[in-house]
Design a protein around this ligand. Sequence first.
Ligand SMILES: Nc1ncnc2c1ncn2[C@@H]1O[C@H](COP(=O)(O)OP(=O)(O)O)[C@@H](O)[C@H]1O
Ligand SMILES: [Mg+2]
Length: 302
Amino acid sequence: MQSAIYNAYFGFSENPFNISPDPEFLYRSPQHEEALANLIYGVRGRKGFIVLSGEVGTGKTTMLECLRDYLDSQRIEFAFIFNSRLTPDQFFDMMAYDFDLQCDRKSKTDVLVALNALLVQQAERGRTCVLIVDEAHNLDWDVLEEIRLLGNLENRQGKLLQIILAGQPELDRKLDAPNLRQLKQRVVLRCTLNPLTADECAAYVETRLAHAGMTRQSVFSPEVLEEVARRSRGIPRLINLLCDNLLVTAFAMEQRAASIDMLDEVCQDLRLEWPGSHRGRGRSSRYSMDEELPQTPYAVGD
Ligand SMILES: Nc1ncnc2c1ncn2[C@@H]1O[C@H](COP(=O)(O)OP(=O)(O)O)[C@@H](O)[C@H]1O
Ligand SMILES: [Mg+2]
């Protein structure tokens, strides 16, 4: 676990705003709760295809990590594919590797035979298997087609392989394409993660601080939290980025609490834009932005 320079100063046992998708820090917003419940229900009910979509940074990978913990606890076999820029051959290779299939992973036929054997063996024990693909909006058409075909494997109790596709909203649009109609028709469950509301944002920050050991937080005033919610547009990854930078600034200034002035400085350094903001000019960033943050602010109240 990455440790932040301000941890000792604020008395944190670990970095409260680490950007890794760690289920330990889970804030159970109603929609995150519902998404996870849907994923688990879909797997247990052998529903076949499940799609989880949401903008960058809304918590998709975190949900998948929670699902992974659940699957581990239930000893359900799964393959987790997080690199989705793959050729069909690479896809079969990775899936075989992750399912630990004993076969020639370079041969699609061998992989399919071995996978089928695993699915049948698990089904005989009353179990199912799960294929999880993160960043699925990046999947090529031909890989999506192979995945669709994997969804055909079934017995009388239902689908033998549960397939979870998680990705950005382009995934939904991709599935709307005429050549993917057949796949779209098979998606039985869909869940979407939306940005947090201002109240949820405050609860989110408090949950993370509490997990790091600060149960009654006094670092972020309600005014600062409201601004963090507005400027992050309710996107957890941006909330983390802002709060982390606010803590660094407060620490550097030997202050116990974050202020709106600090937030202004942080936003300028990060060159963050939000509805109603004016782009700060001329200053170079002290902290690097995370990859692939959304460029266009949402058109709400702007
Ligand atoms: N419900 C949540 N509880 C706690 N942290 C969350 C939650 N949702 C998102 N995060 C945090 O926000 C950041 C981005 O989440 P991530 O799952 O990587 O988003 P996505 O996969 O949608 O881009 C991570 O640091 C993650 O820990
Ligand atoms: Mg992700």
